[in-house]
Design a protein around this ligand. Structure first.
Ligand SMILES: [Zn+2]
Ligand SMILES: [Zn+2]
Length: 144
């Protein structure tokens, strides 16, 4: 996660003309997927996934939640981090998604599923290692 994530959220929202004061409570939280990278402090394993999930609160202009993934080798939970350019794209997606949510008739096209870094491959990760997948006990997070 870029350390100055809240500054980036404010900047991107200002660029997109998205005013936090206009965003109602019922649509302020928007979850998007992106390319996340993880490095396990415990066993030094590194991995990445195109299906890392972040929930933004666009009214508060903060990251509300980042879904964790478990290390495949040692099973320690880990919060993925995002390169700054990817993080920026994810905020842009969250802003578009919020507008669509608030106004389903808007002329915006459906938000692109893939990130800037290309199309995800299937399966994107092992669901038993993914918090968003309920560590294998929930619905797979890449299915809708
Ligand atoms: Zn590990
Ligand atoms: Zn998952």
């Amino acid at each position: 996660m870029p350390v100055d994530s809240e500054d980036i959220i404010r900047e991107v929202m200002a660029e997109e003309g998205a005013s936090p004061a206009e965003i109602p409570d019922h649509s302020k939280r928007q979850g998007v997927r992106g390319y996340g990278q993880s490095e396990c402090e415990n066993c030094d394993r590194t991995w990445s996934t195109y299906r890392a999930h972040v929930v933004f609160d666009l009214q508060e202009q903060v990251v509300a939640k980042i879904y964790k993934q478990k290390c495949k080798r040692c099973k320690q939970e880990h919060v993925p981090s995002f390169p700054e350019d990817e993080f920026t794209v994810m905020i842009e997606k969250a802003i578009k998604q919020e507008k669509l949510f608030r106004d389903p008739n808007s002329t915006l096209r459906k938000v692109d599923e893939g990130g800037r870094r290309g199309r995800p491959q299937r399966p994107p990760h092992e669901s038993k290692l993914c918090e968003k997948c309920g560590y294998g006990n929930g619905k797979k997070c890449w299915e809708r």
